[in-house]
Design a protein around this ligand. Structure first.
Ligand code: AMP
Length: 283
């Protein structure tokens, strides 16, 4: 595995490693790698000849400076975790080199960025769009891998690749959870043991709602039941909980004409913001 911060070095690696017809897979991350990231890399390795993982804590996607300042980072540990995963190149650009000046061009997602996360994190997805678009230009990957845990991010990036004709296939990978059901997240590191116990109620609530959604129970009643469950969970403060069409992210009122639904939730525990969702294909 080669490790580089530098765009020219990255290009040189790509020029020497990729011969005609070979595929390149990209897994963009912000580091503090966990099993969720490793699952993306393993999917990427299975599908592609060459694998690049990027680690870049993108300042433009944080809408609160304190969240950016506290974001966990341990490159030595990440490098260790990448050994044996099939990662051929780790790209860790410096913010000053990646953004020599504040970009003047924005990538806006219209109404898609007004929903769910976008409603509570203004500007977040524009920052995500910019970093991913730049990475796509720098690497021109054949495939890029994104976790369905960040469902809205996956949907928006897919839309961006389609609308701007990026010649890349966007692959969504299912959410990896720990033994308690808690979705793996770099932010989990900031929780106490008690906080982690509370946090696993988020996925428990989603699991309880699964049967109701599979039976296509009225969305209003599904939402009422899960919101009541969360309200009765001490030390959990829910920011939103919505049942949406997983393709358009629009809240659903009925299940007709909907092939995939997602029950999306965001909440705070010990001041740490966590998100999760239940992503379901309907029969
Ligand atoms: P991050 O480092 O948090 O920006 O995440 C990098 C990528 O890993 C994103 O595409 C996330 O959706 C994905 N990811 C994060 N957590 C998980 C998880 N628990 N399971 C699967 N993918 C994940």
């Amino acid at each position: 595995m080669i490790i580089t911060k530098n765009e020219d070095e990255l290009r040189e690696f790509l020029n020497t490693s990729l011969s005609k017809g070979m595929s390149l897979g990209l897994v963009p991350t912000m580091g503090a790698l966990h099993d969720g990231h490793l699952h993306l890399i393993s999917n990427c390795h299975a599908d592609n000849d060459v694998v690049v993982v990027s680690i870049f804590i993108n300042p433009l996607q944080f809408n609160e400076k304190s969240d950016f300042d506290r974001y966990p980072s341990d490159l030595a540990k990440d490098i260790d975790k990448l050994k044996g995963t099939g990662c051929d190149c780790l790209y860790t650009p410096d913010p000053e080199e990646f953004y020599p000046e504040l970009p003047k061009v924005h990538i806006a997602f219209g109404e898609l960025e007004q929903r769910l996360e976008g409603k509570y994190r203004p500007g977040h997805f524009r920052g995500v769009g910019l970093v991913v678009a730049k990475l796509f230009h720098q690497l021109t990957p054949t495939r890029a891998y994104f976790g369905l845990k960040d469902l809205q991010q996956f949907v928006l990036i897919k839309q961006m690749a389609h609308d701007l004709s990026f010649p890349v296939q966007i692959i969504g990978v299912e959410t990896v959870r720990d033994h308690s059901g808690l979705a793996m997240s770099s932010r989990n590191q900031r929780l106490s043991d008690k906080g982690r116990n509370t946090a696993c109620q988020i996925s428990r609530g989603l699991a309880l709602a699964r049967k109701d959604i599979e039976k296509q129970r009225n969305p209003v009643l599904v939402l009422k039941a899960i919101k009541d469950y969360y309200q009765n969970t001490k030390d959990l403060e829910i920011e939103y909980c919505e049942l949406v069409n997983a393709k358009t992210l629009e809240p659903i009122e009925t299940y007709s004409d909907v092939s995939t639904v997602a029950l999306c939730v965001a909440g705070y525990i010990e001041g740490v913001r966590l998100i999760d969702n239940l992503y379901l294909q309907l029969d």
